[in-house]
Ligand binder design. Structure first.
Ligand SMILES: C[C@@](CO)(OP(=O)(O)O)[C@H](O)COP(=O)(O)OP(=O)(O)OC[C@H]1O[C@@H](n2ccc(N)nc2=O)[C@H](O)[C@@H]1O
Ligand SMILES: Nc1ncnc2c1ncn2[C@@H]1O[C@H](COP(=O)(O)OP(=O)(O)O)[C@@H](O)[C@H]1O
Length: 286
């Protein structure tokens, strides 16, 4: 049996670091949203106990280091059934970009395989395996815009989100999430007591835009700040780095303006530019 799924990217509309745990992980408050830039994940069930992953056209580990393969093994181990799986990931989401591509691939493998095997695992079990794979993976299993707390695993879905357009700009180099958190130098806990109200309007979203990781990435990669300014010059209502970066998103309320900015910015050498919308539903089955 073979099935194809689309694994979406995410953006962090806000990211506040509230503290640091003894294991080095950080306590966060984030508003996260899946967007319509997707990897294509093909899953083929095998009779023999073989686990393989291929990622054509990108320089990405095809063995155990690939998080999609680890997700496949996790499902089979938890279900305790025989057989194996061949995973193919056709990447569209830039790698190590702050867009959660690997986490999304992994979540898609967890939920997709579970469905193909007749749904033996509960959502709770899937969430448990998701968190073992990475802090952002539970968000993608849950699949909709959410407030995320803890290390990212305590999720509260948000129903009402504005119908905006985003232009994503990626400068073409990778940024390590571990490096960014490692260089945060957290001295005092973040204060979110005065966080603006969010009732789902575009103005609320614009007031909310904030990322505590931005200064770390910008200090090392000033190009991220140049992208922010370029997006604002092109008419974005707001612009922010997503996650640990280096991708920056610009917010637009009108499609025409977003399209014009997209056309202009994609002529800049070395930048990958995407015009996307918020996604409403979880992992898409093709
Ligand atoms: C920054 C964020 C924002 O959504 O996304 P990305 O920029 O990676 O997309 C996440 O917090 C990234 O989550 P994820 O990429 O799943 O992290 P993991 O693989 O679990 O951990 C990678 C590294 O980040 C650090 N880390 C991660 C999450 C967290 N709450 N605190 C941390 O300090 C860990 O110490 C680890 O060294
Ligand atoms: N299927 C995958 N897709 C993307 N990256 C992967 C995958 N499997 C393993 N990785 C590794 O995970 C790291 C983080 O990648 P990614 O999830 O794209 O980052 P981010 O969350 O910052 O967008 C990279 O160093 C990459 O080599």
């Amino acid at each position: 049996m073979e099935r194809v799924f689309l694994a979406p990217a995410k953006i962090n509309l806000c990211l506040h670091v509230l503290g640091r745990r003894s294991n080095g992980y950080h306590e966060l408050l984030m508003l996260m949203q899946p967007v319509s830039l997707t990897d294509r994940v093909t899953l083929r069930l095998l009779d023999e106990p073989v686990f393989e992953v291929e990622c054509p056209e990108v320089q990405l580990a095809e063995g155990e280091q690939n998080i999609a393969l680890r997700a496949a093994r996790a499902v089979f181990a938890r279900v305790g059934c025989g057989g194996g799986v061949r995973v193919r990931v056709d990447k569209k989401i830039p790698v190590a970009a702050g867009l959660g591509g690997g986490s999304s691939d992994a979540a898609t493998v967890l939920t997709g395989l579970n469905g193909m095997l007749g749904s033996p695992l509960s959502t709770e079990s899937l969430m448990c395996e998701a968190l073992k794979l990475g802090a952002d993976v539970p968000f993608f299993v849950q699949g909709t815009s959410s407030w995320a707390r803890g290390v990212g695993e305590r999720l509260d879905p948000v129903d009402k989100m504005p119908a905006v357009w985003y232009v994503l700009v990626n400068p073409g180099f990778a940024v390590s999430t571990a490096w960014v958190y490692g260089n945060l130098g957290l001295t005092s806990p973040g204060d979110v007591a005065k966080l603006p109200e969010f009732s789902g309007l575009t103005d609320d979203l614009l007031r909310l835009l904030h990322n505590d990781l931005e200064r770390v990435t910008v200090a090392r990669y000033p190009e991220v700040d140049r992208i922010k300014r370029a997006l604002l010059e092109q008419g974005a209502l707001g612009a922010l780095m997503s996650g640990s970066g280096p991708t920056v998103f610009g917010v637009f309320s009108e499609k025409d303006r977003a399209t014009a900015a997209y056309e202009r910015l994609r002529s800049v050498s070395g930048w990958s530019v995407f015009l996307v919308q918020p996604l409403r539903s979880p992992t898409v089955y093709v």
